[in-house]
Design a protein around this ligand. Structure first.
Ligand SMILES: *Cc1c(COP(=O)(O)O)cnc(C)c1O
Length: 416
């Protein structure tokens, strides 16, 4: 936003330690970055590390109560190979369109453990969901009526959970998706009417879905939202036609992107969920507790790699011009939900241990000043041909970027 008015270079990031450095080269899935670039055959590319994906799921399994089901919200990274890999590690996949549903089913996800959320589900999408046998998180009265009709027409049950727009917010979230007037879910105030419709319409009620927000690094805020979500679901269970079998308490677990950000304290979240599970065993004994995570599962396992095609100095400021930019990585440019632009962690991946540093800006090839991957960062001194790496790029990267803007070639994605 106000880059040009800010006279000071932005502070240096903490080292990102998930990718080891050997002989100056970042290792991705054990392979030196330069060799990986040869293997991929082009820059720019995204690379996702299987070992890191697996390690993150194991870390969560160790900290969360055994009975909590872990779902992957695939909008964070819908690359089919990633979804296939995650499907083998987590308990379920959350999709938000019929297109994602297709990818999840192709990936081998069990339809009984797939749930479909999102406002404005089209009739055709609802029909696909019923035919597939997945759970639909309904977000309006219309969806209930349509699902009942589809269920009768196909002679198949329409499995539904109610996505509730709660009367509270997830405090300190990068993106709020519940509380206040929202296009997501149905307001808690409308629940008596909605639950009556569900009871009389012939759809199969399974439970509730609450998702308050995203990118949250404060364990206390997440715990508070989970407790409030649990209590709300418990109150609403009185209105339900059948016992609650599914209770999705959302997620919102964040990852650190910017200087000074602290990692989420997972242990505190784990204790809180254990408390909720204990209460649920008594209050709603048939309910399986689910949390749905996107970014937290995949974000830190991915990097974006672009090659330096030019090195320029303008009025004393160094610019590394790369073949990649905001058309592949809108988030890193600061134009995907950030209010004030901050630098993602960036390095030069084939000189990652260099002691020869300079302040440089990394830009892309687009004819717009928005195409900025790093604004005046301390980086290893780089030359044409070097590989700039943007860390924390496994979520909301390729699929969340305007790839055709300005007609440059698309990026490639690899799972290593
Ligand atoms: C986007 C979304 C998620 C994933 O959010 P992350 O911040 O990537 O974890 C989960 N659930 C719902 C309903 C979403 O819309």
């Amino acid at each position: 936003m106000s880059n040009s008015e800010n006279p000071r270079p932005t502070p240096v990031h903490a080292a990102m330690e998930q990718f080891p450095v050997v002989g100056g080269e970042l290792l991705v899935g054990g392979m030196p970055l330069s060799r990986l670039a040869q293997r991929v055959g082009q820059t720019p590319f995204y690379a996702y590390d299987r070992g890191l994906l697996r390690a993150r799921v194991l870390e969560l399994r160790n900290v969360l109560p055994k009975s909590v089901k872990l779902h992957y919200a695939m909008k964070a990274n819908p690359m089919p190979a990633v979804v296939g890999f995650m499907a083998g590690l987590v308990d379920g996949i959350d999709v938000a369109s019929a297109g994602e549903l297709q990818v999840a089913l192709n990936a081998g996800a069990n339809p009984l453990e797939v749930s479909f959320a999102g406002p404005g589900k089209k009739t055709a999408e609802l029909r696909q969901a019923v035919a597939a046998g997945v759970l639909v998180n309904i977000e309006s009265f219309r969806e209930v009526t349509e699902l009942a009709g589809i269920s009768a027409e196909l002679g198949l049950p329409a499995r539904v959970a109610v996505r509730v727009n709660p009367d509270f917010e997830l405090k300190g979230s990068g993106m709020k998706m519940g509380g206040g007037p929202k296009q997501f879910g149905v307001d808690v105030e409308q629940m008596p009417e909605l639950m009556a419709l569900i009871g009389s319409s012939g759809v199969q009620f399974e439970g509730f879905h609450l998702f308050a927000g995203s990118q949250n690094l404060k364990a206390e805020s997440i715990c508070e939202a989970q407790q409030k979500s649990y209590e709300l679901a418990l109150r609403l269970s009185d209105l339900a036609p059948t016992p609650v079998r599914f209770l999705n308490l959302g997620g919102g677990f964040g990852i650190p992107y910017f200087p000074g950000e602290q990692r989420l304290d997972l242990t505190t979240v784990g204790h809180n969920l254990a408390d909720i599970c204990q209460r649920a065993a008594n209050d709603m004994p048939e309910a399986g507790i689910v949390i749905e995570l996107g970014r937290y599962l995949v974000g830190e396992a991915g990097i974006y790699v672009a090659k330096v095609v030019d090195r320029k100095v303008s009025r004393g400021q160094v610019f590394l011009v790369t073949d990649g930019g905001l058309h592949h990585h809108l988030s890193a440019s600061g134009n995907f939900g950030q209010v004030v632009r901050k630098n993602y962690p960036v390095t030069v991946g084939n000189r990652a241990d260099a002691t020869d540093l300079e302040t440089a800006s990394v830009v892309g090839p687009l004819c717009t000043p928005l195409d900025l991957l790093a604004d005046r960062m301390k980086l290893p001194v780089a030359q044409v041909g070097d590989l700039v790496v943007v860390y924390q790029s496994g979520a909301y990267g390729a699929s969340a970027s305007p790839q055709s803007f300005l007609g440059h070639p698309p990026c490639v994605e690899v799972l290593v």
